[in-house]
Design a protein around this ligand. Structure first.
Ligand code: GDP
Length: 231
């Protein structure tokens, strides 16, 4: 698990004596954009990142979660989606919209550079408590999805899979897809969970919010039993 050392007396360290409140997604506010991970806001508090190949339904999911259609622009301009967008959902709680990947038009060199940054972010970002990965339920676990899951698992980062556009499948096949995806990732144990989601039909909100609330209030980061903290 990511080390809590960065909270140790840091100027922005949340007060560990306070009970952490649940985030308010409906009050989400745009914080900042970064073109590179080194331009991220200070690494404090809690963060959950949303990732998925372009067109997976990421903007629609963030918009429907926050009830704000303008927050994460439903992506039409490829250039725009290359920014990492940070939204505040509480005093020390953030949602991060990672750029859509899988653009055929992006040169391999740029993709490679981006992938290296992404991997480092998953490994090094101390405030990152989990990764929500969005995949069209009709095309789950594409090669790059699997690579991302591999990086996250290596970094011991919990992953929640949103099988999006569930309204495009009828109930039986949707359920079957969910079972298949869970089965394929069973070797990762508790690190991975998965659910069906439809922004269009507002399906799966409650389940998603439960996961986000758990990650964004996880105060185990304040526990002082980490040997790295001991002199
Ligand atoms: P992004 O590139 O991952 O941000 O994907 P978008 O949110 O822009 O969605 C891509 C396309 O899928 C758009 O045409 C959306 O209208 C459509 N879409 C997104 N979510 C849903 C959904 O839940 N159901 C259906 N039927 N279409 C969706």
């Amino acid at each position: 698990m990511h080390s809590p050392t960065n909270y140790d007396n840091g100027p922005n360290a949340p007060d560990s004596a306070q009970k952490v409140s649940n985030p308010s997604y409906r009050r989400a506010e745009f914080l900042t954009s970064a073109a590179k991970f080194r331009q991220c806001p200070p690494d404090e508090g809690w963060e959950v990142a949303f990732a998925g190949r372009s067109n997976a339904g990421k903007s629609s999911a963030i918009n429907s979660l926050t009830g704000n259609k303008k927050l994460a622009r439903t992506s039409r301009t490829p250039g725009r989606t290359q920014l990492i967008n940070f939204f505040s959902v509480g005093e020390h709680q953030r949602i991060v919209d990672l750029p859509g990947y899988g653009y055929a038009k992006v040169p391999q060199k740029i993709k490679d550079a981006w992938n290296r940054q992404l991997e480092a972010y998953l490994r090094e970002r101390q405030s990152l408590r989990g990764l929500v990965m969005l995949m069209d339920c009709r095309h789950p676990l594409q090669p790059f999805d699997q690579q991302m899951i591999g990086w996250a698992a290596q970094a011991d980062m919990p992953i929640h899979l949103l099988l999006t556009k569930a309204d495009k499948l009828s109930k039986g096949p949707a359920k079957q897809t969910l079972m298949q995806v869970r089965g394929k990732l069973a070797h990762l144990g508790d690190l991975v969970s998965a659910q069906l989601f439809s922004a269009l039909k507002h399906q799966g909100h409650k389940e998603l919010i439960e996961v986000l609330d758990r990650w964004l209030t996880d105060d185990s980061v304040f526990e002082e039993d980490d040997p790295a903290l001991e002199e």
